[in-house]
Design a protein around this ligand. Structure first.
Ligand code: 5GP
Length: 125
């Protein structure tokens, strides 16, 4: 991201996930590492529906995250695996809605972890 865009981002409103992380909006943080945290989705689409979110709001979607910090993307996947094992049987579907047309509504990258008796025909997300 260019310096100008980074400055613009810093000036914009904090994302809903940053506000949750800062305790401004209530949510149970079900797991956390130094760089990543997980919460339950407020509108679950599966028996277990968690969101795994980098603490930084620097990356708007998974494409930007993969390009800018692949190690952080790997941390997201690792925490997704951990919470799927803790909250279900360890099998999970990982969904990154990417772009408005794909249903992304929060432009602070996050992974949907869908688990626990998934209907095989459902695409989830
Ligand atoms: P997206 O549509 O951007 O892929 O996913 C955003 C997700 O955030 C949605 O599944 C939505 O239900 C969830 N969400 C939005 N606001 C809140 C909130 O205040 N708390 C929690 N726990 N989840 C939220």
């Amino acid at each position: 991201m260019s310096e100008a865009l980074t400055r613009l981002d810093a000036m914009s409103e904090p994302s809903i996930f940053t506000r949750i992380l800062q305790g401004e909006i209530p949510a149970e943080i079900v797991a956390e590492t130094e760089n990543v945290f997980a919460i339950r989705d407020i509108a679950p689409q599966a028996p277990v529906h968690l969101l795994v979110i980098p603490k930084t709001a620097q990356y708007r979607d998974v494409v930007a995250l993969a390009a800018g910090d692949p190690a952080l993307l790997a941390e997201v996947v690792d925490l997704a695996h951990r919470v799927a094992a803790e909250h279900a049987d360890g099998d999970f579907r990982l969904v990154f809605n990417t772009g408005e047309g794909a249903g992304q509504t929060v432009f602070h990258v996050h992974a949907h972890v869908l688990a626990g008796g998934l209907n095989e025909k459902s695409l989830g997300g």
